[in-house]
Design a binder for this molecule. Structure first.
Ligand SMILES: Nc1ncnc2c1ncn2[C@@H]1O[C@H](COP(=O)(O)OP(=O)(O)OP(=O)(O)O)[C@@H](O)[C@H]1O
Ligand SMILES: [Mg+2]
Length: 494
């Protein structure tokens, strides 16, 4: 275990870390912070939930001159919610130094951002589209930036963002320090990244597997039409504290969250077609626990750090292995345990091996639970509620009524009735879910998706093949619009 004191961090930042409750550096922090403080370019790869934000955040904050009023550091993140989260963490790390951090992202009033930009922020955290928008409006100048960080770097360098990233980098000084972080870094993307870095150090925190060992991983083989019933049974049996259910498309997410509500779950959806206000309110409710199931597209797959997420369900198997790694990484963070379940239709089975090969770990097969098992699970949850109430609540005022009741009925009948009332019985309210086409077979999967994306022949600047379902034309047509935000989330059907 490495102490932060040994990493050459300033006293002011040490004070912030103490306030945050950070006692020891995580491995990625221990390995990258000293290099970063020496201004080295760096590619940092470490598993999900292992503290990459602070790994780049601590040295970034330490290098900010708080007496200077210019933008000195910029962090680019693929989604708005992640940009907000990262800026919040940087704010906390910069608290001791009083560093000024501002997030700018699509979907938020641009004039408000322009006003905030006039207050001399020193660090900008933003989504690519909105950053470019401000550059074009001349409301953001990057000529004094000494540090550029791409969080979720492989995603940022995927063809959906690459041009925007290049345009942003072109606005920064040549001698800047460039830092890339992600839990995944496919080799072709890394090679491409190295082209705009100066002799980068590559720090890969050694791990046998790409996913965190404390996340239990299961798959359930299921017919498309039974998926929803199986999902609800799993929810009933596993009784997650907070769960994220990932669906393939925005329509899927809408239908799933509606269906879950019909069956009595507190669920809401998040995807790229919702207003930013809605996206933020859904996430807030989820963090507060006023909804306990978040249904999401891949827009929520990367970087989000929400405590209490005990379960991740891949209602639809993800489009590529990297997405799997990030999705399930929303649980099992900062040393906690977690559980990930992936529903697989028989035709998609070959996908499983592709994912397993990439992550170097086998998922365990789980037999789909029966209705009886689901009921048993719910009963257990009800019993748990009763026991908790006995332990933590003042039952004095209920004792008399209880005694009177016991005179009329035997104890076992009364308890059975209470249990029945508290048990959420399996519900078969009919729901509508449009059938999703299964993913293409394995051969196509590798060809269309990964090789297509990263093929060395396609790697030269600006010649990336669009992902399936993404039209290059659509994407660019949004480019000049001032309202353009992360258009990518739409074009990717997120
Ligand atoms: N040194 C530390 N001590 C205690 N907690 C830490 C430390 N570093 C980070 N954390 C906490 O661990 C959690 C995960 O950190 P973070 O979000 O940076 O992970 P990540 O590696 O970026 O994951 P992902 O790949 O999913 O983006 C956060 O809640 C963060 O506050
Ligand atoms: Mg992160």
């Amino acid at each position: 275990m490495t102490k932060f004191q040994d990493l050459g961090i300033s006293p002011a930042t040490m004070k912030s870390l103490k306030r945050m409750g950070f006692e020891e550096a995580t491995p990625v922090q221990a390995q990258t912070i000293p290099l970063s403080l020496e201004n080295k370019d760096l590619i940092g790869q470490a598993q999900t939930g292992t503290g990459k934000t602070a790994a780049f955040g601590i040295p970034l904050i330490d290098k900010i001159d708080v007496n200077s009023n210019v933008v000195q550091g910029i962090v680019i993140a693929p989604t708005r919610e992640l940009a907000i989260q990262v800026s919040e963490e940087l704010y906390k790390i910069g608290y001791g130094k009083r560093a000024r951090v501002l997030s700018i992202y699509g979907g938020q009033d641009i004039n408000r951002q322009i006003r905030a930009l006039k207050k001399f922020p020193q660090i900008i955290v933003g989504t690519p589209g909105r950053i470019l928008d401000h550059i074009n409006r001349k409301t953001l100048r990057l000529e004094n930036v000494h540090t550029v960080i791409l969080d979720e770097a492989d995603e940022m360098l995927n063809m959906g963002f690459i041009e925007d990233i290049e345009s942003i980098l072109a606005q920064t000084p040549e001698e800047r320090q460039t830092l890339l972080f992600s839990a995944t870094m496919p080799a072709p993307i890394q090679r491409m990244a190295e082209k705009f870095m100066k002799n980068p150090e590559v720090v890969k925190v050694k791990a046998k597997e790409m996913t965190v060992p404390s996340i239990e991983q299961f798959y359930v083989e299921v017919q498309e039409k039974s998926k929803f019933d199986i999902l609800t049974r799993l929810l009933n049996i596993q009784a997650p504290e907070l769960a994220i259910v990932f669906g393939r498309t925005k329509r899927r997410v809408d239908e799933l969250s509606e269906a879950l509500n019909l069956r009595g779950y507190m669920a809401e959806g998040i995807h790229g077609d919702l207003s930013q206000a809605k996206r933020m309110s859904v996430l807030k409710k989820f963090k507060e626990g006023s909804i306990d199931v978040l249904v999401a597209t891949d827009v929520a797959a990367r970087g989000l750090d929400i405590s209490g997420v005990t379960h991740v369900y891949n209602f639809d198997i993800p489009q590529d292995p990297e997405s799997y790694v990030h999705r399930i990484g929303r649980t099992g963070r900062a040393g906690k345990t977690g559980m990930a379940m992936t529903l697989i239709t028989p035709r998609e089975k070959s996908y499983l091996s592709v994912v397993e090969k990439t992550i170097k770990r086998k998922m365990e097969k789980m037999v789909p639970p029966t209705l009886d098992e689901a009921l048993e699970g719910q009963q257990k949850a009800a019993i748990e509620k009763i026991l908790q109430s006995i332990e933590s609540e003042n039952l004095q005022y209920y004792k008399q009524a209880a005694d009177e009741l016991l005179e009329q009925q035997d104890a076992s009948t009364i308890v059975a009735a209470v249990l029945k009332m508290l048990t959420k019985e399996p519900d078969s309210t009919p729901v509508t879910l449009t059938e999703e086409k299964p993913l293409p077979m394995k051969k196509d999967f590798r060809n269309n998706d990964r090789r297509g994306k990263y093929d060395s022949k396609n790697r030269s600047k600006g010649s990336f093949k669009p992902r399936q379902g993404q039209s290059q034309g659509n994407r660019r047509s949004n480019h000049s619009s001032s309202n353009r935000t992360d258009s990518r989330s739409n074009s990717y059907n997120r």
